[in-house]
Design a protein around this ligand. Structure first.
Ligand SMILES: Cc1cc2nc3c(=O)[nH]c(=O)nc-3n(C[C@H](O)[C@H](O)[C@H](O)COP(=O)(O)OP(=O)(O)OC[C@H]3O[C@@H](n4cnc5c(N)ncnc54)[C@H](O)[C@@H]3O)c2cc1C
Length: 510
């Protein structure tokens, strides 16, 4: 491996490392999984990425498998930011903001820049991207098709992309800018990888642009113009390495006026949600009271709400540009809640407490090194099924002897659960959980693609035709299987121990 690294180091402007210490540092993400890469590459340019991909491709041609795992900040929750070949870390050097066009409100960046860095710089020009992420890179966020707490109002990050530069598996640098049908047909009639991709895109796969799930590969509808972007969103580094992105920016107020309301029953919380949706809140977090009690030890943040007991806490925010409008909406939302419930509107005195609440929950929910890992995060449940799902979840928890503290949003309908359990129990639990989500009409890969942790389960849960189409798309983009191998692929279901049938889950569903 040292020889291969020396070869690459002579050819790249960036660097390649093989030391155990460095490889260890890139061997985990937020999934609880660990995979030691053979090398870590730190490219400085698209050209470097191209060279790495071509290198891996030529090795594959000689029967040596050294996959390319693109990596941003390594916060993926599905084991998709780790791999056994070359981890290509975009974060260190390919993190530049290349161009800002204030007139057209466009920004061009390298894929390793984080949303925090980008929004801090954009703010100086009165521009922002309405995305509730911090230290995650734009490449990582697009590769997992990021939707977050604000996406009910603003949509996911993909909505703001005008173009992505991507290095494909044969080293071609492609653009995702939409092309006319005629141009697409012309590309398809040529030769090379891009031609093959367009051939499949135009003639050989069913359009699939499901907003509710990030499973597999999305295929754009065949309209007047066509783009490969939908396929890349949620592809988790399995189709290509994104190197540059152009975004169209939009204004949003980073510090919304908030109102916190605690409800003892789901019926009340759901009714209030229906009433406030027309006010267009930008966020609407829901925390299980059990979770707040668990996190209580971490700071004074939760005390100002004087909470306790059962039920859920909803924290809803309004981000209109004018302060008085934000406040008017927050007060109206508070008024729409029943008299009997506790409610607090943010003001100058308690604003820090509100911020601390979100921070405490963020830290608590993302603490690592314990059993409470994020494998069950980000499923989508139809709003009308929330109560049924939560009831069943709590019964499932009683069956396996673990609390099921959840958090999420009634606006985005994305929910996460953090049971405290060891790895063996987790594999079995995830299967029950996936069935439960499906039986409630939800999407297991709602806001998070299947990665490694959910791929085997998903491939068994979804329609075989979709699984076959995903395989076909992967095959045409990456014939030598060098782009993040093993991700979205998953072990065959028969190798997953204790795959549960519907019957077991039916017992906990009312
Ligand atoms: C505290 C916390 C909160 C989170 N909240 C949310 C949330 O609200 N919504 C949500 O959707 N997710 C959320 N996540 C998950 C996380 O934000 C996403 O997985 C995000 O994509 C990770 O970005 P990253 O830069 O860390 O990418 P990584 O974890 O490094 O990589 C993520 C995936 O993208 C691929 N990738 C990275 N860079 C590129 C590139 N340049 N080209 C091609 N592929 C690439 C990787 O191979 C991997 O498959 C959260 C995670 C944490 C830790």
């Amino acid at each position: 491996m040292k020889k291969l690294a020396a070869y690459l180091n002579r050819r790249l402007t960036g660097a390649v490392y093989v030391s155990r210490r460095i490889c260890e540092a890139y061997s985990t993400d937020q999934s609880g999984m660990k995979m030691l890469p053979q090398m870590v590459a730190v490219p400085t340019s698209t050209r470097d990425v191209q060279k790495l991909v071509v290198f891996a491709g030529s090795l594959a041609g000689k029967g040596i498998k050294l996959g390319i795992t693109p990596r941003g900040s390594g916060t993926d929750k599905t084991g998709a930011a780790i791999g056994q070949g070359i981890v290509v870390s975009m974060r260190e050097e390919m993190n530049k903001i290349l161009e800002i066009d204030t007139r057209q409100k466009l920004v061009r960046v390298q894929a390793g820049v984080t949303i925090r860095e980008l929004n801090n710089t954009l703010a100086l020009h009165g521009m922002t991207l309405p995305i509730a992420a911090d230290d995650q890179t734009v490449g990582g966020l697009l590769a997992k098709n990021f939707t977050g707490p604000m996406s009910a109002k603003y949509g996911g990050l993909g909505r703001y992309v005008t173009n992505v530069e991507v290095v494909l598996a044969d080293g071609t640098v492609a653009s995702t800018a939409p092309v006319s049908r005629r141009r697409a047909e012309k590309i398809a009639s040529g030769s090379g990888l891009l031609a093959e991709i367009y051939k499949v895109l135009l003639n050989d796969c069913e359009p699939r642009t499901d907003d509710e799930t990030t499973f597999g590969y999305q295929v754009p509808k065949r309209e007047k113009t066509i783009s490969i972007l939908p396929m890349l969103l949620g592809s988790q580094g399995t189709l290509g390495v994104m190197t540059e992105v152009i975004f169209r920016t939009e204004y949003f107020e980073e510090l919304p006026t908030m109102v916190a309301v605690s409800f003892e029953t789901w019926a009340e919380a759901l009714e209030w949600t229906e009433r406030i949706v027309p006010l267009q809140p930008s966020v609407g977090d829901v925390y299980d009271m059990k979770l707040l009690n668990l996190a209580d030890g971490m700071g004074k943040a939760l005390k100002f709400l004087e909470l306790g007991g059962q039920g859920v806490l909803m924290v809803v925010g309004f981000d209109e540009e004018k302060r008085h409008k934000r406040m008017a909406k927050a007060l109206k939302a508070a008024k729409l809640a029943p008299e009997s419930v506790k409610k607090v509107v943010s003001d100058e005195q308690n604003y820090e407490d509100f911020l601390q609440l979100r921070e405490v929950m963020g830290v608590f929910l993302n603490e690592t090194g314990r059993h409470r890992v994020a494998i069950c995060d980000d499923v989508v449940i139809p709003r009308e099924q929330t109560e049924r799902f939560m009831g069943a979840l709590s019964r499932l928890g009683a069956q396996v002897g673990t609390e099921m503290p959840f958090f999420g949003s009634l606006l985005t309908r994305q929910w996460s659960v953090r049971p405290d359990m060891n790895e063996r129990k987790r594999v079995v639990f995830l299967q029950h959980y996936a069935r439960l989500v499906k039986m409630c009409g939800g999407a297991v890969c709602g806001a998070v693609p299947e990665g490694r942790t959910r791929a085997g389960i998903m491939n068994r849960l979804v329609d075989g035709a979709i699984v076959a189409q995903n395989k076909k798309i992967k095959q045409v983009f990456d014939p030598n299987d060098i782009m993040n191998p093993g991700v979205k692929d998953g072990f065959p279901p028969e190798r997953i121990p204790h795959f549960e049938t519907e019957t077991a889950v039916r017992r906990v569903l009312p």
